[in-house]
Design a protein around this ligand. Structure first.
Ligand SMILES: Cc1cc2nc3c(=O)[nH]c(=O)nc-3n(C[C@H](O)[C@H](O)[C@H](O)COP(=O)(O)OP(=O)(O)OC[C@H]3O[C@@H](n4cnc5c(N)ncnc54)[C@H](O)[C@@H]3O)c2cc1C
Length: 390
């Protein structure tokens, strides 16, 4: 018997691979609480980009996750759901959802597939500890019962949104067995910004921008909030952010601004910058922030002010006050160090028979369906590998 701890997408991928050998232990009365919340209840379960593009989006974790992706890729996930009565809708931006836009349909379909393959589900079964015993493992659950398993797949999620049931238990189990845990930090999180007052009126503005964090530079969609920034550009890279850190945002083409100032001396500065794609409220907030009188014409603009605006448009500097907490961040970056897991099998490099899947592992992925896909894929690969050990 293969014990699978957890009942999220990683555990479901494992249960589908292990079929009648799977015993799924889920602490909640129902599996998949986080899956139900995903995509605002609509469940953006994968992304239909071509395989290479999909993998390249995984950034620093691309190579490590590649074997799991090819064990059960995005096309296979879409086909699995469609073949089992859950039609899929792929948006123009390649995000994939159930056609019904109801996450419950994805969850029910995966549960049905797992159960029809013979997987057994024990609900309200919080695992409290996992210890090595003989040639396998002993799992103690909250009701005091002991379960012996030859193989264990730890798929109890990460540490964000703990009220869904994923409260870092995966990390505690792995650590107690001797694995090294990267301390979890928020990921897929928005940030609050120091001295942000002038920009709070810009809440709701979304625009294309570049982000520079030290040597790292990336482009994406930026969203202004009441207290700071969100949107894919920020949340996808938030796993690398912390309070006190400085970031530069490239908001418009500075060279074009300088050229427009020279070419159109009678135009108001605010309308010139607006022409570069910045909404008026953001232009006004910029003037307030830089302490520059905005309503001058281009010819009246002092040279030092022109240079200040140009450099701000090219790389507006902001200091992070705080990153959204683990309680509300959509994911975390932390967990079992990847170097202690064989990426071709998801098996622990320390203990044969022990496997990891999903957010129990120290990776962080961008928004857009990549997290659920890779939770399922790593679960599936862990399940297949555990089956090979029987
Ligand atoms: C609000 C929100 C929206 C999201 N939207 C998306 C989206 O649209 N697309 C996307 O790709 N990703 C999204 N994500 C991220 C995605 O949901 C996760 O990456 C994914 O659920 C991780 O799967 P998992 O199986 O590793 O962990 P989880 O889904 O967290 O599942 C872990 C399971 O283990 C159980 N468990 C924990 N401890 C124990 C224990 N001791 N004993 C037994 N069971 C235990 C938990 O109850 C839980 O059911 C979203 C996350 C949040 C919070």
């Amino acid at each position: 018997m293969i014990a699978i701890v957890g009942g999220g997408p990683a555990a479901l991928g494992a249960a589908i691979a292990c079929q009648a050998h799977a015993l799924v232990l889920e602490r909640n009365p129902r599996p998949g609480t986080k899956l139900l919340l995903s995509g605002s209840g609509q469940c953006n379960f994968t992304n239909a980009r071509p395989p290479e593009e999909f993998l390249n989006t995984l950034g620093a974790f691309r190579n490590w996750l590649k074997p799991a992706f090819y064990a059960f890729d995005n096309r296979a996930f879409i086909n699995l759901l469609e073949d089992h009565g859950c039609p899929v809708f792929i948006r123009a931006d390649k995000k994939a959802f159930p056609q019904s836009l109801k996450s419950a349909d994805v969850l029910e379909t995966l549960l049905r597939i797992a159960k029809s393959g013979g997987a057994e589900f024990m609900l309200n079964r919080a695992v409290q500890s996992i210890v090595r015993e003989g040639d396998g493992f002993q799992l103690i659950t909250a009701d005091g019962s002991a379960i012996h398993a030859h193989q264990v797949i730890i798929a109890a999620g990460g540490a964000s949104w703990p009220h869904t049931g994923s409260d870092g238990a995966s990390y505690r189990f792995a650590e107690s067995l001797g694995h090294t845990i990267l301390k979890p930090r928020p990921a897929l999180a928005s940030v609050e910004i120091r001295n942000y007052a002038p920009f709070s009126k810009c809440a709701g503005i979304s625009l294309r921008a570049s982000l520079r964090l030290g040597k790292f530079k990336v482009e994406g969609d930026l969203l202004f909030t009441h207290k700071g920034f969100s949107g894919p550009l920020i949340i996808d890279n938030s796993w690398q952010m912390e309070a006190g850190q400085r970031m530069q945002l490239g908001l418009a083409d500075a060279a074009r601004f300088t050229a427009l100032v020279v070419k159109q001396p009678r135009r108001r500065i605010s309308s010139l910058i607006h022409e570069l794609g910045l909404p008026q409220s953001l232009v006004q907030a910029m003037f307030e922030h830089l302490n520059i009188p905005g309503e001058t014409t281009a010819s009246q603009l002092k040279r030092e002010h022109r240079e200040l605006i140009a450099s701000w448009l090219e790389g507006a500097e902001f200091s992070i006050l705080k990153v959204e907490s683990l309680a509300t961040a959509m994911s975390d970056y932390g967990g079992v160090e990847l170097k202690e897991i064989n990426s071709k099998t998801m098996q622990s490099r320390l203990f044969p028979g022990l496997f990891f899947a999903g957010e129990s592992m120290a990776y962080s992925l961008p928004s857009g369906g990549f997290s659920i896909q890779m939770a399922f894929s790593t679960g599936y690969l862990a399940g297949k590998s555990a089956m090979n050990c029987i």
